[in-house]
Design a binder for this molecule. Structure first.
Ligand SMILES: [Zn+2]
Length: 187
């Protein structure tokens, strides 16, 4: 059987089917991968695990690293993030990161929402705080749900999503990793 590689943010199952195990987390109704690796569902205990392609890292994020994080809270200008992986390698430890957002458009709502999964880059570790930025197109939201109904959303360009369920159009700074697979699916 050919093994499919999953990446952080990939939906693996619903919370009705499985309990989130190692290398996974629950976001809304879904269990998503937090690591790059292969699915290892434990069918007898109904636990969904992902075996990381690479071993867990003890590394501490440093300037220039890409990190995968879950958004704990957010505002139009910043988001509080728990770092789960460094350069796509899952971390033994959880670090807190602070993502600063530019807000030239004076958004009414935050372009990154609590419970989103993001990829970001470490721009400074001053005062032992991991300051994160969205430097390039790989950075941004890699997994998100509708903030109104929790439905699956589709990308509208690189900075908005639309929910086909309830019709809500919402700001999101999207990673090309979120946008690209959808273009393929719709092609
Ligand atoms: Zn919706």
């Amino acid at each position: 059987m050919e093994e499919k590689v999953v990446i952080p943010g990939d939906k693996l199952a619903s919370i009705e089917e499985f309990i989130p195990g190692s290398g996974t987390a629950s976001i809304g109704e879904s269990i998503v991968s937090t690591v790059t690796g292969s699915k290892r569902p434990d069918m007898s205990n109904r636990v969904m695990n992902v075996k990381p392609a690479r071993e867990l890292t003890d590394a501490i994020p440093k300037v220039g690293d890409y990190v995968i994080g879950f958004v704990d809270s957010s505002s139009p200008t910043m988001a509080q993030v728990t770092i789960k992986a460094i350069n796509d390698v899952p971390s033994h430890r959880e670090f807190s990161g602070m993502l600063s957002l530019r807000d030239e458009r004076r958004r009414k709502s935050s372009p990154i929402k609590a419970a989103d999964t993001i990829r970001a880059r470490v721009i400074s570790t001053k005062n032992s705080i991991f300051h994160l930025g969205l430097d390039d197109q790989r950075c941004g939201v890699i997994n998100t749900r509708c903030s109104n109904c929790g439905g699956t959303v589709v990308a509208l360009g690189m900075d908005r999503v639309k929910c086909p369920e309830c019709g809500l159009v919402d700001d999101r700074i999207l990673s090309q990793d979120f946008v690209k697979p959808q273009r393929k699916a719709n092609a």
